[in-house]
Every structure is written in structure tokens, then in C-alpha cells.
Design a protein around this ligand. Structure first.
Ligand SMILES: NC(=O)c1ccc[n+]([C@@H]2O[C@H](COP(=O)([O-])OP(=O)(O)OC[C@H]3O[C@@H](n4cnc5c(N)ncnc54)[C@H](OP(=O)(O)O)[C@@H]3O)[C@@H](O)[C@H]2O)c1
Length: 290
């Protein structure tokens, strides 16, 4: 299997570079070798390397900035996956792609199924949805994993921001009415690798840990676990205050309900996804060791 991995410097791509390595030789161009905004360069690269598995972890993930930079978000999140899917269809290759809870409208309190109606609230969500739809319509063999609230020991993410703020501030206000599941990049990479190896059937799957929390609940667990691990923090669960989304305006609107049902993926792979708290312990432990 000749694997092309895109986005190797990102949170998920970094982990995939490691977990995919037993499956075959990996070509993983960075931005300096292949600018993914350049459609012709991508066409040439695919023709040269002729992969039979493309794993696309590249994306435009700056949710607020996407409201301004619509063209770049559209290219990376929608037209790039379409281009990769067209290559996959024409060359009998498989495309593995990542999408987001932000494709759903965020209403209600039930968990979304993969078949639930979509209704993105932001440019980021809209462009991610366009990418998913283009892949599905291409007829290419594909796996699309919709995940949520990605974090890792590397990169910019909520866990690292909270730990930094907890060393410099004495009070914090954190949104408590957006509900979802924080997902470590490593878990995404591990399950993706298992899915590829198991030849998981083409389709869209939710991929996140079990359980649910708010950003406020996630922050409290970060502070509590970090203190247990011996970190000196000026903020603990007691001075992290819960606020509604309406008190924290952002350029892009976020869904309140990001719960995603996991049974399709669990049943197909015969696995049980771990809970988000134990996953935080592993990721936090890795971060604090470095
Ligand atoms: N982050 C989240 O909370 C979240 C939530 C749900 C779903 N997802 C989805 O999960 C997937 C992985 O997300 P992530 O958090 O790992 O993303 P990330 O850390 O932001 O990484 C994005 C990757 O894309 C690359 N990239 C962006 N523009 C490029 C360009 N013009 N040319 C070449 N490479 C380019 C980046 O390269 P550079 O390092 O050079 O910039 C980086 O390797 C994405 O599909 C995302 O939509 C993420």
C-alpha cells in the first residue's frame, strides 16, 4: 500500500504519521514541498506519487478566521477533498478524510447520527460539509471520520491554553452551554489506522471518546488532573466560572449540541471507545512529561 499523508504537521497528521507506518511506505509532504492551495501542484503530485491510500489530515481549522478567509477555507476544506476524491475514483484508491461536529446545526440535546440532517452555523462548518458531500458524491471508496474538540500534547489547543492561563490568571470565565466530547489526536490516529487495517466499509463515521462535557467541564477536569499530577496552578475548579456562549461572542457561531452517536463505528470495528476523562489523563501526562 502506497500511502500519501497530507497535513503531517497538524495535531492529527503528526499522530497518523506514526500510527500508519506499519501499513506501508508513507509519503508526507509538508507545506514547503506541496502547497495544498495550489490545485495544479496537487494534481502533479498525485500523478507523480500514484498513492493507493490518501489520508487527508490537512484542513483550514481556524474557525473564526474562516469567516474572513472564506476562499482559503473553501479551497482546503471543500475543493481539496473533492480533488482528492476524483483522483481516488479514477485510480481505484481509497480516501480517508476528517470532518467535524460543526457540520450539524447544534440544536436540541440528542446525539447526532451520521444520517442526521446537517446545518452548519459557520463558514468553517459549511466548507467542511461541502468537502464531505463532494467525497460522497464522487463515488470514490472513502472513510470520513467526523470528530470533535481535537487536542493533543502538540499544537494549539484548548488543553494547552487552559494550562497556560491557569499559571498566569486567578479567575477564568469558560463557556458551559456547548456540549461535546474532547478528542485526543492520538485516539483519532489509532482508530483510523485500525479502521484502514480492518478495511472498514466506505462511509461517514463519528469518532470521539465516550461521554460528554462542556468547555467549562473540560477545563475543570484539566485543572483537577493537572493539580493531581503536581502542577502549581493559580486556577482550580473553584475559580473557573461557568458562562453562557452569549457572554463570549466570537466571529463564528458555534453549535451548542455537539453530541455524536458512536455506535456505528463501535459496531463496525467491534470496539468500545474509551471515555474522554481517561483520554485526557493520557494526553495531559504526555504533555507534562515534556
Ligand atoms: N481541531 C479541531 O478541534 C477539530 C475538530 C473537529 C474536526 N477537526 C478536523 O480534524 C482534521 C485535523 O485537524 P487538526 O486539528 O489536526 O488540524 P491542524 O492541527 O490545524 O493541522 C492542519 C494541517 O493542515 C496543513 N495545511 C493547512 N494549510 C495548508 C496548505 N496550504 N498547504 C499545506 N498544508 C496545509 C497544516 O500545515 P502547517 O503546519 O504548515 O500549517 C497542518 O499540517 C481536520 O480535517 C479538521 O477539520 C478538527
Amino acid at each position: 500500500m502506497k500511502i500519501l499523508l497530507l497535513g503531517k504537521t497538524g495535531q492529527v497528521g503528526f499522530e497518523l504519521h506514526r500510527t500508519l507506518s506499519p501499513l506501508g511506505p508513507i509519503t508526507a509532504p509538508g507545506r514547503e514541498q506541496l502547497d495544498l492551495t495550489n490545485e495544479q501542484a496537487v494534481t502533479n503530485y498525485l500523478a507523480q506519487t500514484q498513492p493507493n491510500l490518501i489520508v487527508n489530515a490537512a484542513a483550514y481549522t481556524a474557525v473564526d478566521a474562516a469567516e474572513e478567509n472564506q476562499q482559503t477555507a473553501q479551497r482546503l476544506n471543500a475543493s481539496l477533498p473533492k480533488q482528492l476524491a476524483e483522483y481516488a475514483k479514477a485510480n481505484s484508491a481509497r480516501l480517508v478524510h476528517f470532518s467535524s461536529d460543526y457540520v450539524y446545526p447544534g440544536t436540541g440535546s440528542e446525539a447526532w447520527q451520521e444520517t442526521s440532517p446537517t446545518g452548519p452555523l459557520s463558514v468553517y462548518g459549511q466548507t467542511k460539509l461541502e468537502g464531505d458531500e463532494a467525497i460522497e458524491q464522487s463515488g470514490a471508496d472513502h472513510l470520513i471520520f467526523r470528530t470533535s474538540w481535537v487536542y493533543s500534547a502538540r499544537g494549539n489547543n484548548f488543553m494547552k491554553t487552559m494550562l497556560r492561563l491557569a499559571k498566569s490568571k486567578s479567575e477564568l470565565n469558560i463557556v458551559a452551554d456547548q456540549i461535546g466530547a474532547p478528542t485526543p489526536a492520538r485516539l483519532i490516529a489509532q482508530v483510523t489506522t485500525l479502521a484502514i487495517h480492518s478495511q472498514l466499509k466506505t462511509g461517514v463515521y463519528h469518532l470521539a471518546p465516550r461521554g460528554e462535557t462542556s468547555w467549562h467541564g473540560f477545563a475543570q477536569e484539566i485543572f483537577s488532573q493537572a493539580r493531581q499530577a503536581g502542577e502549581q496552578l493559580s486556577i482550580g475548579p473553584e475559580n473557573a466560572h461557568a458562562i453562557p456562549t452569549s457572554d463570549y461572542p466570537t466571529p463564528a457561531k458555534r453549535p451548542l449540541n455537539s453530541r455524536m452517536a458512536l455506535n456505528k463505528l463501535e459496531d463496525a470495528l467491534s470496539i468500545r471507545l474509551p471515555d474522554w476523562q481517561s483520554q485526557l489523563e493520557l494526553t495531559l501526562g504526555e504533555y507534562l512529561e515534556n
